[in-house]
Design a protein around this ligand. Structure first.
Ligand code: NI
Length: 173
């Protein structure tokens, strides 16, 4: 297993649409293991394959760090099949945009169809933090980032802060 480098905002891979997984097997298992390893190393609760530079539709989620007892999950080709009209607001961050967070409004409940890394079909109904994490990670597979889901004004403020953080990082380097 190995920890992979997280791709940061500005890397084009984060804006591309990831491709469907068509082959199940050792390569996919290795990718999923690396994704878990990288997510734990970065102390995140979710990760999508494009965030490590792999344009495939795979996500991993483990909410135990946030005191949720859902089992860690790896989903292949996940797809939202239903979203509630009821919405919820909560602060989100992203390993690819460290230092930025913002309140994002999303459907409160979702239904997701996917496969596990062995190719077994999964159909799950989620609410609360799991519903949010699933939407955030599935967004990554479509090249969408959390700040695309906030007002244009807030997005401008976030991008300004990001540029400032980048400059500070350059100075330190
Ligand atoms: Ni993210």
């Amino acid at each position: 297993m190995s920890v992979r480098q997280i791709r940061l905002l500005g890397d084009p891979v984060l804006r591309e649409e990831a491709e469907e997984v068509v082959a199940y097997g050792d390569d996919l298992r290795a990718l999923v293991r690396d994704m878990f390893e990288t997510m734990y190393h970065e102390e995140g609760i979710g990760l999508a394959a494009p965030q490590i530079g792999i344009g495939r539709r795979v996500i991993v989620i483990d909410l135990r760090r946030e005191d949720h007892d859902d089992e860690p999950m790896a989903l292949v080709n996940p797809r939202l099949t239903w979203t509630s009209s009821e919405t919820a607001k909560q602060t989100e961050g992203c390993l690819s945009i460290p230092g930025l967070e913002e309140v994002v409004e999303r459907p409160a409940k979702v239904r997701v169809e996917a496969h596990d890394p062995e190719g077994v079909r999964i159909d799950l109904l989620a609410e609360d933090l799991l519903a949010r994490a699933l939407q955030h990670e599935i967004d990554h597979l479509d090249g969408v980032l959390f700040f695309d889901r906030v007002s244009a004004l807030k997005r401008r403020m976030l991008l300004k802060k990001w540029k400032k953080l980048e400059k500070e990082a350059e100075k330190e380097a």
